[in-house]
Design a protein around this ligand. Structure first.
Ligand code: GH3
Ligand code: MG
Ligand code: MG
Length: 338
């Protein structure tokens, strides 16, 4: 079958090279021997045969011939019946069948085609003619197999591409350090929730969170420890969220933003206080800071979105409140006054 896709590599389609494979079904060894000789010196043709017609169907399934040469009169089995049965089996449904008949009768020929045969030759055929017909029918069948294979490859490539796109979209929305939503996702979500709040006339709250004295933390423990601290802070905020529509995002540097749709000022404030408490409770040492441990300050703003305001106004309100929280001594939340 076609080449498997190597991990990380471009999927490359390499069509399988199918060989011409002849299956002769005839109870007379004399005929088998004659056909075998006609095909013997052809390097591109494989020859197989069965003399017991009861094994023909199984053999066709197993062998996957590109053409079947089918005798009509065999002990206990009718060649026409056998052709019908090839057509019913998935693996042999489209394999070309050339009837090899002792009789040159138009009625028999017509019947052969009617039950699904593709060609009719009178025994024993001329060698050149047999070769030409075997190659012609096999070639058509091989083209069909290659077309099916190419379609299958295409379908699988499309599926892989769609999966990769979904994965890429997810990654493009995440902050690589903390694993929470990034600024782009925050911007999209805020715009979306603003629209929704406006339609539904429901309050939308925003928390802007800033780690306190984080420069001192970095100066004391180094940037790697600082990165780890940011991951912990992100985890604290994510754990505080209660509704599926709530979103915690890294806003930039050591600043985070939490979007709370359908949440009033009191509810937003409650969540802000909980985040602050839970971060302080981790008791991450920050010896040169105001409070001795890593803390954060949060500015809270709540709007019922309207055409008279914009998401930027909500951000500006939360930012101003955050500034107030820093001025008031940090490790606290301040709510914007409307
Ligand atoms: P304040 O309490 O007033 O917010 O003081 P601060 O020190 O937290 O604020 P400032 O804006 O002076 O410093 C922010 C620091 O955050 C400086 C910067 O190096 C650090 N920082 C920003 N992004 C990252 C990051 O991704 N990793 C690490 N380790 N540090 C970061
Ligand atoms: Mg800052
Ligand atoms: Mg800070």
């Amino acid at each position: 079958m076609y080449q498997a896709v190597a991990a990380g590599a471009e999927p490359e389609y390499k069509p399988t090279k199918f060989k011409v494979r002849v299956l002769l079904v005839d109870d007379q060894l004399l005929v088998v021997e004659a056909v075998r000789r006609m095909l013997a010196d052809q390097a591109d043709i494989e020859f197989h045969f069965v003399t017991d017609p009861n094994q023909a169907l199984d053999c066709a399934q197993r062998l996957q011939p590109t053409v079947i040469l089918q005798d009509l009169v065999m002990p206990g089995v009718d060649g026409f019946d056998l052709i019908r049965r090839y057509r019913e089996q998935q693996n042999s449904a489209h394999v070309p069948v050339i009837v090899l008949s002792a009789k040159d009768e138009p009625k028999l020929k017509a019947h052969g085609f009617a039950v699904g045969a593709n060609d009719y030759l009178v025994k024993l055929p001329d060698r050149l003619e047999l070769l030409a017909r075997v190659r012609y029918h096999s070639g058509a069948y091989i083209s069909r197999l290659q077309r099916d294979e190419a379609f299958k490859f295409l379908r699988e490539s499309q599926k892989q591409l769609a999966e990769a796109n979904i994965e890429l979209q997810k990654l493009a929305a995440l902050d690589s350090l903390t694993g929470i939503a990034n600024r782009r996702r925050f911007d999209e979500t805020l715009a979306h929730e603003w629209q929704r709040g406006q339609r539904e006339r429901r309050p939308l709250s925003l928390l802007l969170c800033d780690i306190d004295c984080f420069k001192l933390y970095n100066d004391t423990f180094g940037h790697l420890a600082g990165d780890l601290c940011l991951k912990k802070a992100a985890a604290v905020m994510t754990a505080c969220l209660k509704r599926p529509a709530d979103l915690a995002a890294r806003y930039g540097g050591e600043e985070f933003a939490i979007v709370l749709p359908d949440t009033d000022a009191a509810g937003a404030r409650q969540l802000a206080d909980e985040c602050i408490r839970n971060l302080a409770d981790l008791a991450i040492d920050n010896p040169r800071s105001d409070h001795g441990v890593v803390t954060m300050s949060i500015g809270v703003a709540t709007f019922v979105p309207s055409v008279d305001a914009s998401p930027a106004d909500l951000i500006a309100g939360a930012d101003k409140a955050l500034y107030g929280a820093k001025g008031d001594g940090r490790n606290r939340a301040v709510s914007a006054v409307e």
